[in-house]
Design a protein around this ligand. Structure first.
Ligand SMILES: [Fe+2]
Length: 242
């Protein structure tokens, strides 16, 4: 058994109630005659903009880290920006591993898989996400940082990933919706690894960029696979079964 998208009593669209629709559209142009409000919506929102960032990056924890940061500063590079972006990928790969763990649990219960998809291939992708997490943690430590620290970009990407995890863990989501969720993660992964490689190269850290290129090659494989599984599943659910 698995959830399927079907025709039902959905009443969210305007066309479900044409009379209310007319009234609602009339309201759209309706304005209270109370004069200009003391603050506009834009001003109100702007007042909530903070000069404070989500968090901060801890200073290097080792002599090596301090020497490295100083050497990079001499070349005009701000080491903490690179560390923050590496910590961001680390946080995303951790979320990615959990996302695939949830996918393995969910999809493992189904009685059929789309053509070309196997549980072994899904498990392999999960293990590669976990390996990327370890690669990034090692890289942060080698640069003299603390791989356990929650940096600002790591925090933000963790919040972004929460939506993906919620969609995957919702018991009502279908196989196609689960694969869509994995595809969203893989698309972010691919673009973000590419940008991180460029950043590391800009810092002259070719040895780091080389390791990251292997990770990018794996991510490209993931995207291709997940996309093909989703295409097969969409083909499946869009045809009448006899
Ligand atoms: Fe991936």
């Amino acid at each position: 058994m698995q959830p399927e998208v079907s025709l039902g009593k959905n009443r969210t669209g305007l066309k479900a109630s044409p009379l209310d629709a007319v009234e609602l559209q009339d309201m759209h142009g309706y304005q209270l005659d109370v004069g200009r409000p003391p603050v506009t919506v834009e001003e109100f929102r702007a007042s909530y903009m903070s000069e404070e960032s989500v968090g901060s990056i801890p200073p290097p924890t080792s002599v090596k880290g301090m020497v490295g940061a100083t050497a990079q500063a001499l070349t005009g590079h701000r080491m903490h920006v690179l560390l923050d972006k590496i910590a961001e990928r680390l946080a995303f790969e951790r979320s990615g591993t959990r996302l695939y763990d949830a996918a393995l649990l969910k999809i493992g219960q189904l009685d059929r898989l789309p053509e070309g998809m196997t549980m072994a291939a899904l498990q392999e992708i999960r293990d590669e996400e976990a390996a990327h997490f370890r690669l990034l943690a090692d890289t942060i430590e080698r640069l003299g940082g603390d791989s356990t620290a929650m940096t600002p970009c790591a925090d933000v990407t963790g919040v972004q990933g929460m939506g993906l995890l919620q969609a995957m863990n919702d018991p009502r989501t279908t196989l196609a919706q689960a694969l869509d969720t994995l595809l969203a993660a893989e698309l972010i992964d691919n673009a973000s690894w590419e940008l991180l490689i460029e950043l590391a190269e800009g810092f002259g850290r070719d040895e780091i960029a080389d390791g990251f290129r292997h990770a990018l090659a794996a991510e490209q494989r993931h995207e291709t696979l997940v996309r093909s599984w989703l295409a097969a599943e969409l083909n499946n659910v869009s045809h009448v079964r006899h």
